[in-house]
Design a protein around this ligand. Sequence first.
Ligand SMILES: Nc1ncnc2c1ncn2[C@@H]1O[C@H](COP(=O)(O)OP(=O)(O)OP(=O)(O)O)[C@@H](O)[C@H]1O
Ligand SMILES: [Mg+2]
Length: 168
Amino acid sequence: MEKKAVYPGSFDPMTNGHVDIIHRGLKIFDKIIVAVLENPKKRTLFSTRDRVQMIREVFSPRDRVEVKAFRGLLTDFLRRNETNTVIRGLRAVSDFEYELQMALMNRTLDPTVETLFMMPSLHFTFLSSSLVKEVFTLGGRIEGLVPVVVERRLKDITRKPKGLRQYV
Ligand SMILES: Nc1ncnc2c1ncn2[C@@H]1O[C@H](COP(=O)(O)OP(=O)(O)OP(=O)(O)O)[C@@H](O)[C@H]1O
Ligand SMILES: [Mg+2]
């Protein structure tokens, strides 16, 4: 049977830290489903559609990566996708408390759920979507921190009137 896992997050936008975690996950699983959270309460720079689209462009069809948007409970999404495994990335101790809370809550909601934590390569341990957006807004270089597709989209946004300013 195909071994698959779900990697959930906001991915606003995807960074090379996320890409690193997905590649590590692909060494263990036959397929990774990237679940892009649509949270009506959280303001995002990119629409759900754009976030999904960009991730699809980062991976090729033979990469065994599927990208889907989701809203609501992760445990329901897992059931719909016939898996009980979640992948999450751990950058530093600071991620741990929140991740532990989420993992235990998901296990409480559905005792069959297991969360697997993976560490990124050392150069990505400082990287987050928020930091990328902040640095980019202030005119800093983000080459090597995000996939080329994302870099291009960020540049497109700043060319539009209001663009990033509207978000920040
Ligand atoms: N650089 C990274 N290395 C390893 N894991 C990461 C990295 N960035 C994010 N992750 C993990 O990916 C998952 C999804 O993260 P999320 O979409 O919140 O990204 P983020 O970079 O933390 O964005 P934000 O700054 O908006 O919180 C989480 O498990 C998070 O810990
Ligand atoms: Mg985060």
